[in-house]
Design a protein around this ligand. Structure first.
Ligand SMILES: Cc1cc2nc3c(=O)[nH]c(=O)nc-3n(C[C@H](O)[C@H](O)[C@H](O)COP(=O)(O)OP(=O)(O)OC[C@H]3O[C@@H](n4cnc5c(N)ncnc54)[C@H](O)[C@@H]3O)c2cc1C
Length: 582
């Protein structure tokens, strides 16, 4: 199968396209390292691991490339260059299929027929939008590098324009503008996701971080209403002084409310309270035509449940009213260590059932042992241990009874008992993420492989994966193993296995670009294995699903999700390029 495959429509004649292609390629690839030649109406580009074909037929240009190292290491750039080349050859009126993969074109997806990305946005049009909105409008050609990718650093896409809206009205105007000019619209929060999310290939990128106000805190109702671009750290900072916090916080509080609600948002209290998306009272959502709607469990529930964990496909979250819960001022954490997975799993389940704990966090920690053969190369291997951090909140005047809390648990060691103000506990991982930034690994590729496993398969899966997992995963990353439960979550589109007890498992590496080709098949193999064993991938990570795997992921929910997409975004304008709706 090709690594890159797309089609672009053109109104130019075959002869015109061929000569435009030659000119474009000559200026982009002047040297001899890549051989360039015609085979009939197919332009071939061969060398440095690339085998590319650009076929010119009447009304369409079909591009197709397979990549091996070294060019495969720069797949994003190669694809971008190829797309730009083809777009230039197709000419200004190129349309239908330019953004869409071949399958979407074949299915006649309206997104393709919008011709969005290839229509130029002129200065006048940018000015038209600038005068309609109060927020910032940037020309995509001038967009800062940060807008071309996300935390994954795997895909490099250039938007046609970036809009930073400041109000519901701005979002409405931006959506109307996008519609008028046939542009796709991608929503971006803090861009901590890793696949084709929060970036835009030739469309409008709506950077929602500019809508980050806290609108209302209702202590009596225990709710807070915020704009979608608010980050969770600011939400906590606002509620904590009132003795309130959101029931579930992600490990990283620098992510936006809109961003996590669109995926799910899970954290160390999820075993009790579900996902962040479970703890939403109501939403204000913009649909692609620019209309704003209020929705909740009681009002337009279809839209509400379509947007939560909906990957930005159904609508755009403008504001969210979030549930809060009362918290105590202090936390006490017991740092237990397990040398055996079976004992850890037994105690993790015991801890979930005990009803004593507020937060449960656990990891896989390597003790490196040396080198061994893995997949034909000598690589480090480790004996894996399982740190288990169990936390309770308490009022300063009445500290917890350690012996009672730990009763029944059988760790290999009990390393530390640590008290922190609850606010600091919520921010406990800030120093870790700071180290990743200082080390420079924040800029590496992050093909995170996170999966929710059925409890019944978790040990077997980990026994197959852990022995060959390099302890190097700890450099700018980590390996998670979290106990969880199914019945605490009601969000239909947050998919998890059909068992009550679950294990969230994640290999979260920071991969230097030169190791990507080596790492990719292994992560892919772990992903495939996890799904074969009944796991459901967590979708903010590195996802490379086929259309069939998308169906399988959503299982019985797929038809409903696809129907919502057709109803609310019939032209497929919102966040294209990730979910393969056919
Ligand atoms: C260091 C680190 C730690 C993490 N820890 C956790 C964790 O503990 N738990 C967890 O669940 N995840 C975790 N994640 C993953 C992260 O929370 C998710 O990727 C989350 O979606 C990121 O939020 P964001 O604001 O960066 O969203 P983005 O990555 O910008 O966007 C994510 C998705 O939401 C959509 N979106 C964004 N804003 C809106 C909006 N207003 N309306 C509609 N759609 C929108 C985007 O289009 C995209 O599809 C972590 C990530 C990192 C890098």
């Amino acid at each position: 199968m090709a690594d890159i495959e797309f089609r672009t429509a053109t109104t130019r004649s075959i002869t015109q396209v061929k000569s435009a292609l030659e000119v474009e390629i000559k200026s982009r690839l002047p040297g001899e390292r890549i051989k360039k030649f015609w085979e009939g109406d197919v332009f071939r580009l061969v060398g440095m691991g690339a085998d590319g074909r650009i076929e010119v037929v009447d009304g369409e240009i079909r591009a197709h490339a397979t990549l091996k190292p070294p060019l495969s290491l720069m797949r994003g750039r190669v694809e971008q260059g190829l797309r730009e080349t083809v777009a230039a050859a197709a000419g200004p009126t190129s349309g239908p299929s330019s953004l869409a993969p071949a399958t979407a074109v074949a299915a006649g997806q309206p997104i393709g027929s919008s011709g969005a990305a290839e229509q130029g946005i002129g200065v006048d049009q940018l000015d038209e939008l600038r005068s309609a909105v109060e927020g910032v409008v940037l020309d995509g050609a001038q967009a800062h590098d940060e807008f071309l990718t996300n935390f994954g650093h795997i895909h490099q896409w250039r938007p046609k324009l970036v809009v930073k809206p400041t109000s519901v009205k701005d979002v409405g105007q931006a959506l109307l503008f996008a519609r008028r000019h046939g542009l796709t619209v991608s929503t971006r929060g803090a861009a901590h996701s890793q696949s084709e999310l929060a970036i835009s290939q030739g469309g409008m990128l709506l950077d929602m971080r500019s809508m980050n106000r806290v609108l209302a805190l209702d202590e009596k109702a225990r709710t807070i209403t915020v704009e979608a671009g608010a980050i969770w750290r600011d939400v906590v900072a606002r509620t904590y002084g009132k003795g309130l916090m959101p029931p579930v916080l992600t490990n990283n509080l620098s992510v936006t409310v809109g961003g996590t609600l669109s995926i799910a948002g899970i954290g160390v209290a999820s075993f009790r309270y579900g996902a962040q998306a479970d703890n939403v009272e109501s939403l204000e959502v913009a649909t692609v035509n620019g209309d704003a709607h209020r929705c909740s469990r009681a009002e337009k529930p279809e839209l509400f449940w379509g947007v939560l964990s909906g990957l930005g496909q159904i609508g755009l979250i403008l504001t969210a009213t979030l549930r809060l819960r009362r918290v105590k001022a202090m936390t006490r954490t017991y740092y237990l260590l397990y040398d055996r997975l079976d004992r850890f799993l037994k105690d993790a389940r015991h801890a979930m059932d005990a009803g004593r704990w507020d937060y449960l966090e656990s990891w896989c920690a390597p003790c490196p042992q040396g080198l061994k053969w893995v997949g034909g190369v000598r690589q480090p291997f480790a004996r894996w241990f399982y740190p288990f951090h169990l936390t309770v909140e308490f009022d300063p005047g009445s500290p917890p009874d350690d012996a009672r809390l730990l009763d029944g648990l059988q760790p290999y060691d009990n390393l530390l008992t640590d008290d922190l103000p609850t606010h600091e506990f919520a921010n406990r991982l800030v120093p870790v993420f700071d180290v990743w930034r200082k080390l420079g690994t924040w800029e590496h590729l992050h093909p995170w492989m996170e999966v929710v496993l059925p409890w019944s398969a978790a040990a077997e899966f980990m026994d197959m994966v852990m022995p060959d997992l390099s302890p190097g995963v700890q450099v700018g990353g980590h390996c998670l193993v979290w106990p969880a439960r199914a019945s605490v979550s009601e969000v239909p589109l947050f998919m998890h296995p059909d068992e009550e007890y679950l294990i969230g498992f994640g290999i979260l590496p920071a991969v230097p670009p030169k190791f990507w080709e080596q790492a990719r098949p292994r992560l892919q193999a772990a992903s495939e294995l996890s799904m074969a064993m009944g796991g459901k991938r967590y979708l903010s990570g590195f996802i490379d699903f086929t259309a069939e795997q998308w169906r399988q992921h959503f299982g019985p929910r797929w038809e409903g999700f696809a129907a919502l997409k057709r109803a609310y975004d019939p032209e497929g304008r919102l966040n294209p390029g990730f979910v393969a709706f056919d």
